[in-house]
Design a protein around this ligand. Structure first.
Ligand code: ACM
Length: 635
């Protein structure tokens, strides 16, 4: 009996030893997006001067990326892979006979103590394998200077990986605020770490025209600049009489080519967007004859909410000159961008001026159109023809469904999933970008401590997004995007803050198998990735550590509030007193709390393992009462 118990104890000790050892290995494996399959073995591949790189069937583009990879490792670790005699190898090869398991962008990675073997059917797949290798190294690999006293090793693993969706996009609005060529490149460098492959470039809007059109130089001479305003978007005064438009910028065609090439070298395709017929004030301010009112407008300095006195920012669909100009514009864009698609916008076109426009009325009568929605559909169909003449396919926001969807058009669904569902039911391709899950210009934490914007899209909202609606074939859903509108984002540092980490969460939505996604597991890996962002000097939001106030008035009278946080495992402390809160105050236990008599505000803060981690947030009782009336999702 004693012997039996001893055996059990030994077995238990052995098992717990293995668990600890595996736990230690697992701590180093924090890949985002999570791979399709990953198997660990005990052991490691230690990086040292005896490692050499062995390349088989590699093209020039991939060879450049491998040089970048080796250079990055040499700079940070001091280890150069230029041995020709060492026995340890990193072998990278492109399959001569495709491995169908890996599809087009997948890779297979096998790491033993002597060999790192990366194979793929395509150089894009091998590039994603390199990104995974970097994520398998300690976080400091993301630094740009030599990092001493770090043991540089890779865990011994076998990974098979490929994306769920072929379209994994990030949309960048460079119209509302201009971002320089170097900033766009930096944005691309950041997105590829998480295996994004599409940059949707929102190049024009009411507030700026950003792409040189050689046959229409006025477009950038005039349309790329607006009067300078600083502070809160939405409060900006329009241009004053004789005020000079000095704020903005544009990309000339050499810049555009350089960025397209830069992106292509990193396996990123750029989708250009010229937003018409609405959102066209920068175009209309340059060519006033293109609008219904034909009035002279300036490039907008912000948005104008007052619809009684609104600017006419919609192109006149009854004016042939509009199509002539768009033929020139899309002609030059089609030549510059290799992407088979061009995005024509199509969203939020204000149709009030069309209704009052006698030329529109005549056209509608002639073509038997019942309403202005059909007029918009007529406009979009004309664009399909223009794009087809340039060998391109049309993508538009989901409003292009109004009045009848043009044949072959691809729909980018943003007002929710409904537009995408309707389009898929008509057998059209769809890219899902519903605002409440993927709009990265929205609040990601409590508005009391976040820069001002509108609406809420928390990290967990993004992470829990499922792009394929029930009953819709996954084949028609090309994928999805994270969209960054920049009305309220005036500099690159803030752009990063808004994009990361929600963009990281969405990378897993678009790359990883649905059944691999798990919030607490993702969050562990994300925290490791925070160290990587820190090492790389990339800004990101830590709002997921902040308290979430969930107010309600269950019986319509007494306000109660629940406190939560997105990050798992945090302690929350709160007070109703007029002082800063720390872990010496009341610890929140999970039940709804009420305001003591006379208390007007609550303060709360989060702690992790005894250390403060979130921001102190102060919210008044009055505000919580207001919030309790809002839809649950908003706060
Ligand atoms: C959009 O957000 N108006 C596409």
């Amino acid at each position: 009996m004693k012997q039996f118990i001893r055996k059990i104890i030994i077995l238990f000790l052995n098992t717990s030893f293995i668990i600890v050892a595996r736990g230690q290995v697992e701590q180093n494996i924090n890949i985002i997006p999570i791979p399709v399959s990953l198997h660990e073995q005990p052991g490691e591949f230690i990086l040292d001067q005896s490692v050499h790189i062995d390349l088989i069937n590699i093209d020039e583009k991939l060879s450049d990326r491998i040089n970048w990879f080796s250079q990055k490792i040499a700079t940070v670790t001091g280890i150069a892979f230029n041995s020709t005699t060492g026995i340890k190898k990193i072998r990278i090869s492109i399959n001569k006979t495709p491995d169908t398991n890996l599809r087009t962008e997948g890779y297979h990675l096998k790491i033993t103590s002597q060999l790192v073997e990366l194979t793929s059917n395509t150089s894009a797949g091998a590039y994603y394998g390199l990104q995974t290798l970097l994520q398998l190294l300690p976080a400091n690999i993301e630094s740009s200077t030599l990092q001493p006293r770090i043991k540089w090793s890779l865990p011994t693993v076998e990974i098979t990986d490929y994306p769920r969706f072929s379209w994994r996009g990030l949309m960048l609005d460079v119209s509302r605020h201009f971002f320089t060529k170097e900033e766009v490149k930096k944005f691309i460098d950041e997105m590829v770490k998480y295996k994004y492959n599409t940059l949707h470039w929102h190049l024009t809007d009411d507030q700026g025209w950003r792409i040189e059109i050689k046959k229409l130089p006025e477009l950038t001479q005039n349309g790329a600049f607006r009067v300078k305003r600083t502070g809160q978007w939405g409060t900006f005064l329009p241009a004053l009489a004789n005020e000079k438009a000095t704020d903005g910028g544009y990309y000339n065609q050499d810049d555009i080519k350089e960025i397209i090439q830069y992106a292509a070298n990193r396996y990123v395709t750029i989708l250009p967007e010229v937003d018409v017929p609405g959102h066209s004030q920068s175009l209309i301010s340059t060519f006033p004859s293109l609008s219904s009112t034909r009035l002279p407008y300036s490039v907008q300095a912000g948005w104008r909410e007052n619809s009684d006195n609104r600017d006419d920012n919609s192109l006149d669909p009854s004016n042939e000159e509009v199509y002539e100009k768009l033929d020139i514009i899309f002609g030059e864009i089609a030549k510059l961008f290799p992407n088979p698609y061009i995005h024509i916008g199509g969203d939020e076109a204000f149709k009030g001026f069309w209704q009052a426009n006698p030329r529109c009325k005549t056209l509608m009568a002639k073509k038997h159109m019942k309403n202005v929605e059909e007029l918009q559909s007529y406009f979009i169909k004309r664009l399909v023809t223009i794009l087809q003449s340039k060998g391109k396919k049309l993508i538009g926001w989901d409003e292009i469904l109004q009045g009848g969807l043009a044949p072959e058009a691809t729909v980018m669904s943003w007002r929710g999933m409904e537009g995408g569902i309707q389009a898929a039911k008509m057998n059209h391709e769809v890219i899902m970008t519903p605002w409440d899950y993927v709009y990265l210009d929205l609040y990601q934490g409590d508005p009391r401590v976040e820069p001002n914007t509108y609406g809420m899209c928390r990290l967990t909202d993004s992470y829990h997004f499922e792009p394929v609606p029930i009953g819709i074939s996954e084949k028609l859903i090309l994928g999805g995007q994270a969209n960054v509108w920049t009305e309220q984002i005036s500099n690159f540092r803030h752009l990063e803050y808004m994009v990361w980490p929600r963009g990281i969460a969405l990378s897993e939505v678009y790359w990883s198998p649905k059944n691999k996604k798990q919030w607490p597991d993702f969050f562990n890996r994300l925290e490791n990735n925070f160290n990587r962002l820190d090492a790389a000097g990339i800004n990101y939001a830590k709002s997921c550590y902040d308290v979430i106030f969930q107010p309600s008035q269950p019986n319509g009278l007494d306000l109660v509030v629940k406190l939560t946080a997105e990050a798992p495992g945090l302690d929350i402390y709160y007070t109703f007193e007029n002082c800063n809160v720390d872990d010496h105050f009341t610890k929140y236990t999970g039940s709804p709390i009420s305001f003591p008599f006379g208390a007007t505000e609550i303060r709360a803060i989060t702690y992790k393992q005894g250390k403060p981690i979130g921001k102190q947030i102060i919210v008044s009782k009055e505000e919580l009462a207001e919030r309790s009336k809002e839809e649950h999702h908003v706060y």
